[in-house]
Design a protein around this ligand. Structure first.
Ligand SMILES: [Zn+2]
Length: 165
């Protein structure tokens, strides 16, 4: 299991590199992401959250419990915007109200390098959009209103400060 990087750490603001070849290093990243996701009881985890600047994420299907791996994911279709509270393992205990699409289609490679397309709705669709954002250095705080940021100010400062201790 790897330490989850939290808000304030520069790696979370990186635009991640596409994976060019499925090799042992990539398999290692996927394994670490899965282990860390399971240990943290999260729904999704992107490579930059464990300090790896590659376009890889894992997501747990809330209906089946199965963990999906997406390499070089691309959101190809989005429908029906819906606002809901959203958290992030890099922002412990913080929730922002964010508009996402409730139906998405994502393409990408699985851990063996096979191209696939997946349709998702509801929570999994939200998770896919959230994790794709991570690969471009976009975080939930980027969607927050000034009021929300001031509501969570103390917690956010604590999170950003924690890494320095
Ligand atoms: Zn996140």
């Amino acid at each position: 299991m790897k330490r989850i990087r939290t808000f304030g750490e520069p790696v979370l603001r990186t635009k991640c590199e596409p994976v060019r070849e499925i090799n042992e290093k990539v398999s290692g990243t996927v394994r670490l992401l899965k282990e860390t996701l399971v240990a943290s009881k999260g729904l999704g985890l992107a490579a930059p959250q464990i300090g790896i600047k590659k376009r890889v994420f894992v997501a747990r299907n809330p209906e089946t419990g199965k963990i999906l791996t997406l390499i070089n994911p691309l959101l190809v279709e989005k429908k029906e915007p819906v606002i809901d509270l959203e958290g992030c393992l890099s922002f412990p205990e913080v929730f922002f109200s964010i508009s996402r699409h409730s139906k998405v289609t994502v393409t990408g490679l699985d851990e063996r390098g096979r191209k696939f397309t997946i349709e998702a709705t509801g929570l999994l669709a939200r998770c896919f959009q959230h994790e794709c954002d991570h690969l471009d250095g976009i975080l939930i705080i980027d969607y927050a209103t000034e009021e929300e940021k001031s509501f969570w100010k103390e917690t956010l400062e604590k999170i950003a400060h924690r890494r320095k201790i």
